[in-house]
Structure formats: structure tokens, C-alpha cells
Design a protein around this ligand. Structure first.
Ligand code: HEC
Length: 223
């Protein structure tokens, strides 16, 4: 019986963890796998390596970034950055969920700047190259806006956290219920053992001394 409870609890914990993994990884399906593979194999081109955003994170620059984003990016990546813009739906690969892509360790400033400046030329994707249409400052302002306003990293998605906490409470309640069910059935079985003992004593099959000793054993087991 103990083994069964252990297995059930482990199964519940396993289920909880895999659910958490699933929820955490869902936006991954809308990340640019082709681009990640490219970077893992080749790295970021030299001229874009080690760049970092020189633009100050003030209201004015973020606002400017928002305007540029809505003009140049939202069509494909969606106003919230989820990769669900109206023009992007038919593309293959589809536009990334950049709200969560910017949370990846890989998505440093240099990665984002290179992606926006060069687009998908070498990757044969529909991501346009913006180095002709936008100045460097404009690209940095867009990156600033995406990072400060659109990014939806795991730790920031409080809705997910609340959901996970509810799931865990349910798992714990389930485990407690199983535990109580098992221990109560154990008490029942030791009670019936006591009944049998009483009957045997009444029939004179065992002496009083034996009866007391066995009774003690049974009650000890129950505790
Ligand atoms: C015509 C549609 C289209 C437009 C417009 C567009 N993108 Fe993209 N974008 C894509 C597609 C498709 C991908 C996935 C393939 C790839 O990485 O090249 C992508 C990928 C990206 C990625 C990589 C994300 C990841 O998962 O690593 C970033 C960052 C990005 N886009 C930012 C932008 C920004 C910022 C703009 C506006 C300046 C923009 N995109 C405009 C289609 C578009």
C-alpha cells in the first residue's frame, strides 16, 4: 500500500512538473528555430558581435520605439509581440513571438540588432532587412521598446504563476486525500485484528497474558 501511495504521489509530482514545462515552453513553438540553429552553428556575424543598446531608456525613446514598432513590425509580429500580426499568418516560418523570444539568453542586444538589420536574407525567411529603411538609432529604440514594454518572460507572467500555484494546491490536496484514505484503511484493518483477538480470547483459545501482549502489539502498530 505504501508503495502505491509513493507511486501516486510521484506521478502527481511528475504530472505537475511536466505541465509546468509545457506551459513554459509553449511560446517556444513560435520562436525562430531556423535562426537559433544558424547562430549556434555560425555565431552572430562579426560586425554585429558585442553590440549593446546605446539609447537611454527614457519615456521619450520608448514612445518613439513604440511608434516605429507599430509601423514596421506589428503587421507580422502583432501589437503585443506574440507573432500574431495579420500579415504574418501565411508565412512559413511564421513570425516569432518576440515578446518571449527576447527573454532567451541567446537574444542579447547584438542578436536582436543583427536580426532586425539583416533580416532573414541568409536564412530564406520573410523577416525583412531594415538596415536601409531604419537608422541605427531607430532600431535601438525599437529594441528598447520591445524589451521594456512587450517582453513577457516567464517570471513576469503573473497569470501563469497563479495558475501554477492553484495546480500545486490541487496536487497537495490530492496527495493529502490519498494519504488519509490509506492510513484510515490501515486503522480499520488493525481494528478488525483486535476483534479477532477478542473473539479468540472469549473462546479461550489464548490466555489473558497472550491476549494483552498481542493487543499491545496491534495498538503499537496503529500508532
Ligand atoms: C513580413 C513580416 C515581418 C516583419 C514586417 C517583421 N518581421 Fe521579424 N520575423 C519575421 C519572421 C517570419 C521571423 C522568423 C524567421 C527569422 O528569424 O528570420 C522573424 C523573426 C524575428 C526575430 C527573431 C526572434 C527569435 O525567435 O529569435 C526578431 C527579434 C524580429 N523578427 C524582430 C522584428 C522587428 C523588431 C521588426 C520590425 C522592425 C520585424 N521583426 C518585422 C517576420 C517579420
Amino acid at each position: 500500500m505504501k508503495k502505491l501511495v509513493l507511486i501516486l504521489i510521484l506521478a502527481l509530482i511528475g504530472g505537475g512538473i511536466s505541465l509546468a514545462q509545457m506551459m513554459g515552453n509553449m511560446p517556444m513553438m513560435r520562436h525562430s528555430m531556423i535562426r537559433h540553429r544558424y547562430v549556434m552553428m555560425n555565431g552572430i556575424p562579426n560586425e554585429y558581435r558585442n553590440l549593446s543598446n546605446p539609447i537611454r531608456a527614457n519615456k521619450e525613446n520608448i514612445k518613439a520605439g513604440e511608434k516605429l514598432y507599430n509601423t514596421y513590425c506589428a503587421l507580422c509580429h502583432g501589437t503585443k509581440g506574440y507573432g500574431d500580426g495579420p500579415t504574418g499568418q501565411t508565412l512559413n516560418p511564421s513570425p516569432s513571438n518576440i515578446a518571449s523570444a527576447v527573454c532567451m539568453p541567446m537574444a542579447a542586444d547584438s542578436y536582436l540588432f543583427w536580426t532586425i538589420a539583416e533580416g532573414g536574407k541568409n536564412l530564406s525567411t520573410a523577416m525583412p532587412s531594415f538596415k536601409g529603411a531604419l537608422s541605427k538609432e531607430d532600431i535601438w529604440k525599437i529594441i528598447l521598446y520591445v524589451r521594456s514594454e512587450l517582453s513577457a518572460c516567464w517570471g513576469e507572467r503573473w497569470g501563469m504563476w497563479i495558475f501554477m500555484i492553484v495546480v500545486w494546491i490541487l496536487i497537495i490536496l490530492g496527495a493529502v486525500a490519498i494519504f488519509r484514505w490509506v492510513t484510515s484503511s490501515k486503522i480499520q484493518s488493525s481494528e478488525s485484528a483486535l476483534d479477532i483477538l477478542k473473539k479468540r480470547y472469549a473462546k479461550g483459545e489464548i490466555s489473558e497474558e497472550e491476549f494483552n501482549k498481542m493487543k499491545e502489539e496491534i495498538t503499537e502498530r496503529r500508532d
